[in-house]
Design a protein around this ligand. Structure first.
Ligand code: NI
Length: 216
């Protein structure tokens, strides 16, 4: 066989292996997303055993030090992001706010949307106060020291990373973008992937509440 043909065959085989690898990776990603919302385990409520979320100490947008205990008894919609985010964060926070507004008033008053920054360097309590005010009157913004923020993010398995731009004054943050529904006892009830609709988030809250009523 001429060497050129052999090289061509080898290159095609390598291409096939790569394509199969990419296809397999995509399928596992989709499966991971379904598991995250409980699709493989019987609904969002089934996600409660996943060890997501936990104790934190942060600084609220009014400048007070607060821990998770401050929110005990409330259903929390928790989102990690940063105020400088050009698109994803504002879209997700608007969705959370809309979800709360879709609930009956007596249900909505048991729900607390929380926005935790992963960019405490720029997101001072003052910046957070201005920002959460754009979304919902019940929304609380949380920032803190680099250590406090990284500890809270670890509890929620949140990934984030600074992305420097050529412009030395400017950076963005890469970050995972899930909405976490936490029950009044602090356990996780659902992990809602990016672009979940406000209706689906409101439904996840109603389901968690219904389940709590039947088990209490
Ligand atoms: Ni963002």
């Amino acid at each position: 066989m001429p060497p050129r043909l052999l090289r061509l065959l080898l290159a095609s085989a390598l291409g096939l292996v790569l394509a199969a690898g990419i296809a397999y990776w995509q399928v596992s990603q989709e499966r991971a997303a379904r598991v995250a919302i409980g699709g493989d385990t019987g609904g969002p409520a089934a996600a409660r055993n996943i060890n997501i979320g936990g104790p934190f100490e942060l600084v609220s947008h009014t400048g007070e030090t607060v821990t998770d205990a401050a929110f005990a008894g409330e259903y929390l919609l928790v989102y990690f992001g940063f105020t400088f985010c050009p698109d994803v964060c504002p879209a997700e926070l608007a969705t959370m706010a809309r979800a709360v507004d879709l609930l009956e008033p007596e249900v909505a008053e048991q729900v607390r949307p929380l926005f935790i920054t992963i960019d405490p360097e720029r997101d001072t309590p003052e910046a957070m106060a201005e920002y959460v005010d754009l979304f919902h009157p019940r929304m609380v913004g949380l920032t803190g020291s680099t250590e406090q923020v990284s500890k809270a993010a670890r509890e929620y398995r949140v990934f984030y990373q600074k992305v420097e731009d050529d412009d030395f004054n400017y950076y963005l943050m890469d970050h995972s973008s899930f909405v976490y529904l936490t029950g009044p006892d602090g356990t996780n009830r659902a992990v809602l992937p990016p672009r979940t609709s406000p209706q689906a988030i409101a439904e996840a809250i109603r389901q968690a509440m219904a389940q709590d009523e039947t088990t209490s």
